[in-house]
Unconditional design. Structure first.
Lengths: 146, 181
C-alpha cells in the first residue's frame, strides 16, 4: 500500500517532472512566451505497468527537490543527457495533495531523488487528474523550441 | 505517404463504403504496417455517387490533407523505443495505432484541424485538441479500448469514459475544436 510521506515531503516541497517535446504545445503560449504543458506530460502508469514495477497502483514518477539539494544537485540534473528540447515542470507538493494525491520517495540507482505521486482517491478519474496536474504545473526550465 | 484513396461500391455491397489508403505502408519497418481499410462516415459529398445495379466501379480521390500527416505521426510513434517518456514507458502498440487511425478517420472531416497525436504511458495513442481552456482527448489503448475525455478549465466541467458513451458536450466540443480557424 502507498503511504503519503507528509513529514518527509512537506507541502512546500517541490516535485519535478521531465517534459518530453511531444507533450509540449508550442502553439499555445503563456504571457511569458512559454509553451503549454499538456496532460500527456503527467500521465500515470496504468495499473498493469505500475504492478510490473512493484507499485501497488497507478503512479507517476517525479524528482524530489530536497533529495536533489541534499545530494548537491540542481533540479537541472534531471535533464542531464537529454536534448535541449526537453523541459522540466514543477509541482508544489501541497497543490498535488489538494488534488487527493499522495507522494513518497522511491530512489533508484540512476535517480536517487526519484519519487512517486499516487492517487489516494479512486473516485478521481485518470484523465481528469492528468489534466488537473497539467493545469497547476509550472515551468522550472522552459525547453528550446523544437 | 498516402497519395490517393480508392472508394469502392458494388452491387452486392451497396451499404458498405470503404476507403483503401493505397500507400499506408510507406515509411514503416518491414515488420509493421498500417495498411488496411479505413471506414469513413463523415464524407457526405461522397454519398451522391451514381450507382447502377450490377455495375462495379472504382473512383480515386485525394485523401484529406490531414491523413498523410496523421499516418506520418503514427509511424513516428511506432518507432519510439521503450522508455520514450524518460520514465520507462513501453513502446506504442501497433494495434493501438491502427485502431487510432480508424477512429480518427471516423470523427474527422476533410477540412478538420489535426489534433496533437501522442503516445500514452501504457503504449497506446492519444489525440488531443485544445483551445481556450477546453481540452478534448481520445485515446486508444493497446487492448483496443477507445476512451474519450473533455474538460473545461473555466467551468471545471469534465467527463471521461468510453467513446461510445460520450455525451453531447463532447461531440459539440469536437466540432468546435477541430474547426480550422
Amino acid at each position: 500500500m502507498y503511504v503519503d510521506q507528509i513529514a518527509a515531503i512537506p507541502d512546500d516541497a517541490l516535485l519535478y517532472r521531465r517534459a518530453i517535446p511531444r507533450f509540449i504545445d508550442w502553439s499555445v503560449l503563456d504571457e511569458t512566451g512559454a509553451p503549454r504543458l499538456t496532460s500527456g506530460c503527467f500521465q500515470y502508469l496504468s495499473e498493469e505497468e505500475a504492478r510490473k514495477r512493484g507499485y501497488s497502483g497507478p503512479a507517476m514518477s517525479i524528482g524530489l527537490d530536497r533529495v536533489l539539494a541534499d545530494l548537491g544537485h540542481s533540479p537541472m540534473e534531471m535533464l542531464e543527457g537529454f536534448e535541449p528540447t526537453y523541459g522540466l515542470a514543477v509541482l508544489r507538493a501541497g497543490a498535488v495533495r489538494e488534488k487527493h494525491q499522495g507522494i513518497f520517495a522511491r530512489p533508484t540507482p540512476q535517480e536517487p531523488w526519484h519519487g512517486v505521486i499516487f492517487c489516494s482517491d479512486d473516485s478521481i478519474k485518470r484523465k481528469t487528474l492528468h489534466s488537473m496536474l497539467a493545469e497547476i504545473a509550472k515551468w522550472y526550465h522552459v525547453p528550446a523550441r523544437q | 505517404m498516402p497519395d490517393s484513396a480508392t472508394y469502392k461500391e458494388t452491387g452486392s455491397e451497396l451499404s458498405r463504403r470503404e476507403w483503401r489508403w493505397s500507400t499506408h505502408t510507406a515509411g514503416l519497418g518491414a515488420s509493421e504496417t498500417l495498411s488496411g481499410q479505413v471506414t469513413v462516415n463523415a464524407y457526405p459529398s461522397m454519398l451522391n455517387l451514381a450507382y447502377s445495379a450490377g455495375v462495379s466501379f472504382v473512383r480515386t480521390y485525394w485523401p484529406p490533407p490531414w491523413v498523410a500527416q496523421a499516418v506520418g505521426e503514427l509511424n513516428e510513434l511506432l518507432a519510439l523505443p521503450s522508455g520514450w517518456d524518460t520514465y520507462g514507458a513501453p513502446p506504442v502498440s501497433y494495434d493501438a495505432a491502427d485502431l487510432g487511425l480508424r477512429v480518427l478517420t471516423s470523427v474527422m472531416r476533410p477540412q478538420s484541424r489535426m489534433p496533437r497525436i501522442g503516445p500514452t504511458a501504457e503504449g497506446g495513442v492519444s489525440f488531443e485538441w485544445y483551445k481556450n481552456g477546453v481540452e478534448l482527448l481520445m485515446e486508444v489503448t493497446p487492448s483496443r479500448q477507445v476512451t474519450a475525455f473533455f474538460r473545461d478549465r473555466h467551468t471545471k466541467e469534465a467527463w471521461e469514459g468510453d467513446l461510445n458513451d460520450a455525451p453531447a458536450r463532447f461531440w459539440h466540443e469536437l466540432v468546435v475544436l477541430s474547426q480550422v480557424t
